[in-house]
Design a protein around this ligand. Structure first.
Ligand code: AKG
Ligand code: FE2
Length: 281
């Protein structure tokens, strides 16, 4: 039998001012669970599986297929949201390994949902004051069955992130950025680590938390994390840029977004139909 480790719990806080959050967590690069960051959200009570099924049941979603300990990027399965939700509520992860990790589609296509939440006061995003082409259309919505897994990873461009639980619970395991060498290219499964294959993981000092409806996890820049749904779940999440990650995130974002922009405009130019020479035909 493998050991099933328990890790040190992430701090859980209520009533934090922005100044306290910045000083105690953001500036120290330390995860925290905020118990009351979204008290004013309509989404807290309104967003249920029934709500999405009855309002958006015909909408086609792309569900990510999990197989062989990772997501298969070429195995996106399109299905009607109603069919997906029926799958989530009547199966577990073994028989229905599909996760909606919405890549900026759902809320873009249904902007009326934005009236149901606001950005929590702790997470002002410096991307929002950048030129339009640098703004990513966050947040993203996650819907998944009990047992849905996001394997160990670090987030895009060294951004900070927050994720708010709306339905069900999620267990998170965090590994410090400086302990990256202990996770073997993210191959470790930190709920049931195979120490015979990954002995250095014994030297890591992971933290963990479980968040439920209305609770928000803050993931500081560079922290490696693993997430598993303990129930069928709905969450809302954003990555963002601010103090504590700007110097890492900004150059990476500029490089990638500018290259993408240059590439798009050059291919547009190359593939544009040649103008007809006048006077010939
Ligand atoms: O909620 C999850 O499954 C993981 C979210 C996350 O860490 C991410 O999208 O980067
Ligand atoms: Fe993440």
């Amino acid at each position: 039998m493998r050991e099933v480790p328990q890790y040190v719990q992430v701090e859980r806080r209520a009533g934090l001012s922005v100044r306290e959050f910045n000083r105690e967590y953001r500036d120290r690069g330390k995860p925290v669970v905020l118990l009351d960051a979204v008290e004013d959200w309509k989404a807290r009570s309104a967003w249920t599986f029934d709500f999405f099924k009855s309002r958006y049941g015909d909408y086609t979603v792309q569900a990510f297929r999990y197989q062989g300990d990772r997501y298969q990027p070429d195995r996106l399965r399109p299905m009607a949201l109603a069919e997906y939700i029926d799958g989530v509520l009547s199966h577990d992860w073994e028989s229905f390994p599909y996760y909606i990790r919405d890549n900026w589609k759902f809320l873009v296509d249904h902007p009326e949902l934005s009236a149901d939440f606001t950005l929590p006061k702790y997470f002002f995003d410096w991307f929002s004051i950048m030129p339009r082409f640098m703004r990513l259309p966050y947040p993203r919505i996650f819907l998944g069955p009990k047992g849905a897994v996001t394997p160990l990873h670090q987030d895009l461009w060294g951004t900070h992130a927050w994720l708010t639980q709306l339905v069900g619970r999620k267990r998170w395991i965090f590994v410090r950025p400086e302990e990256k060498r202990f996770v073997y290219d993210f191959k470790v499964q930190p709920e049931r680590p195979d120490f015979s294959r990954f002995p250095l993981f014994r030297q890591a000092n992971p933290l963990e938390c479980t968040i439920g409806p209305g609770e928000t996890a803050f993931v500081p820049s560079g922290w490696i994390h693993y997430v598993v749904s303990l129930d069928p779940t709905i969450s809302l999440s954003s990555n963002y840029m601010g103090p504590g990650c700007f110097s890492v995130t900004f150059p990476r974002a500029v490089r990638e977004l500018l290259l993408k922009r240059i590439w798009a405009s050059s291919t547009r130019w190359v593939t544009r139909p040649a103008p007809r020479a006048s006077g010939t035909d």
